[in-house]
Design a protein around this ligand. Sequence first.
Ligand SMILES: [Zn+2]
Ligand SMILES: [Zn+2]
Length: 150
Amino acid sequence: MYSSVATMKATKSKKRGTHHLTRVMNALIAAGEPLTAYQVLAAVRDDGLRFPSQIYRALDRLVARGLVHRLDSVNAFVVCSCPHTDHRGVKTFTICDSCGAVQEMTSPTLDRSIHEAARATAFAAAHSSIEIRGVCQACQKQQDSPPTPI
Ligand SMILES: [Zn+2]
Ligand SMILES: [Zn+2]
């Protein structure tokens, strides 16, 4: 059982935490592209968030809520863009090495394959994500078009 003081403290820190979450979330939405923790820090620095530890805590909580995803291969964070809020499936991202654009998608076929592979080794899969690196359609078109004369 919690004492009223402990409850009050918890409520207070929860409020402040939520405030930070909103700022970090807004910075990621405004960027419209994946940001590293330090880029997030640079974006919110004037907003009262000063320390990398605050940013990491906020990012961790946003990731835990499924609002933000961590892209391991580029060490960055991106706002969830899938139309559903259910992240039980395999999170799949395409990451353009040329412009950095990230797209999130779901593939039921991929989900099944990964779960079957995990089950075959009696592994209890909790979550998984796949990052596909390459060149996006827009960048492919740019590369295909002849160089513009100077
Ligand atoms: Zn998502
Ligand atoms: Zn691109």
